[in-house]
Design a protein around this ligand. Structure first.
Ligand code: PRT
Ligand code: ZN
Length: 302
């Protein structure tokens, strides 16, 4: 690959992961001056170029050295790479590795059967015809569990296969479960949970590219940590500090500022590293906290 000292990152051209990937880069300060009719889009002030492609091709582009990095669903990386039977038994070196989980594009790969069918466990799949676009993932799951079933490979609309009587069950991505329900199917067996991953090649990294990658990761990590974190401020009785520590999820060492001269009430400022739910706020109020403010954080740099 001849990309000089510029990283090449592949993302889905048009689909469920596109907008969230682009929004993340924008927050990282990467301006790609994007034109969707162009295969390669250069970033003006960072040594990185964006390649817009079909998500299914991303693992292969990375394995073949066409790109250094990619954002793709774990389901796709498993199907196209990790769950593929190894070409030779001594092929131990992985050429693709996961740099980080992105926290969006969440779904699960599951087996579903018609609502009327009873399912008590994996053994009930023995001898069934299972339709899927994920033959490698399903094949690995079945062989890991010592089950023999016929895999019917379909490229789309897998959920109609049982009604067409070409399969007894299906294996497909599920998010809300609405598609299964509207086709008279029920989810009975989760194979794995999936989300978008930032994957990278383990090869083709010059020292300059490694430096650019580290800078990129610092920005990506900062943006993702910030989106998961909130800055919380409240007033509370000093006697409630310990209880408040236990209520706030993932709280780091809070700042505690005395209010007035009696020392009975304090202002507490803290960063919560996990989602702050309404229930959390209600619990804080119940131990005497008031004037509670929950603020978004733009960047967190460790
Ligand atoms: O054109 P290209 O090949 O690039 O795109 P694509 O059509 O293959 O992919 P796309 O855009 O549909 O999905 C991209 C990625 O989003 C997937 O690889 C998953 O990692 C992730 N994702 C998250 C999903 C879903 N949720 C999802 N619900 N991908 C597909 N679905 C489909 C699923 O296949 C089923 O048909 O939605 C239906 C189920 O949804 P519910 O909500 O009814 O359960
Ligand atoms: Zn695809």
């Amino acid at each position: 690959m001849k990309t000089g000292n510029r990283l090449r990152l592949a993302i889905q051209k048009s689909g469920r992961l596109t907008d969230k990937s682009l929004a993340l880069f924008l927050k990282c300060g990467l301006d790609f001056d994007l034109r969707k009719d162009r295969l390669i889009n250069e970033c003006k002030d960072f040594p990185i170029d964006l390649m817009l492609v079909r998500d299914d091709d991303i693992p292969e582009y990375i394995a073949d050295g066409v790109c250094h990095l990619g954002i793709v669903g774990e389901n796709v990386v498993r199907e196209k790479y990790f769950d593929q039977p190894k070409k030779s038994p001594d092929q131990n070196t992985e050429v693709i590795t996961v740099a980080r989980k992105m926290g969006f594009g969440t779904c699960r790969l599951s087996i579903a059967v018609p609502e009327t069918r009873t399912y008590t466990g994996v053994r009930d799949l023995q001898g069934l015809r299972i339709a899927t676009s994920y033959p490698a993932c399903l094949g690995k799951f079945l062989s890991d569990h010592g089950v023999e079933a016929k895999i019917v490979e379909l490229n789309g609309s897998v959920e109609i296969a049982p009604n067409l009587q070409i399969a007894d069950a299906i294996c497909d991505l599920v998010s809300t479960g609405g598609t299964l329900r509207s086709n008279g199917l029920k989810e009975v067996q989760k194979i794995f949970e999936s989300q978008a991953l930032l994957i990278r090649s383990t090869q083709n990294f010059t020292p300059e590219l490694n430096t650019a990658f580290d800078r990129l990761m610092q920005r990506v990590n900062g943006v993702i940590h910030a989106s998961e974190s909130k800055y919380i401020m409240m007033n509370a009785p000093a006697s409630a500090i310990e209880k408040i520590r236990q209520i706030i999820p993932g709280m780091e060492e809070p700042s505690i500022i005395p209010l007035g001269s009696s020392g009975e009430r304090v202002a507490i400022h803290a960063v919560a590293r996990e989602t702050v739910f309404w229930e959390t706020i209600e619990s804080l109020k119940s131990v005497g906290a008031s004037s509670i403010l929950v603020l978004p954080i733009e960047k967190v740099i460790a």
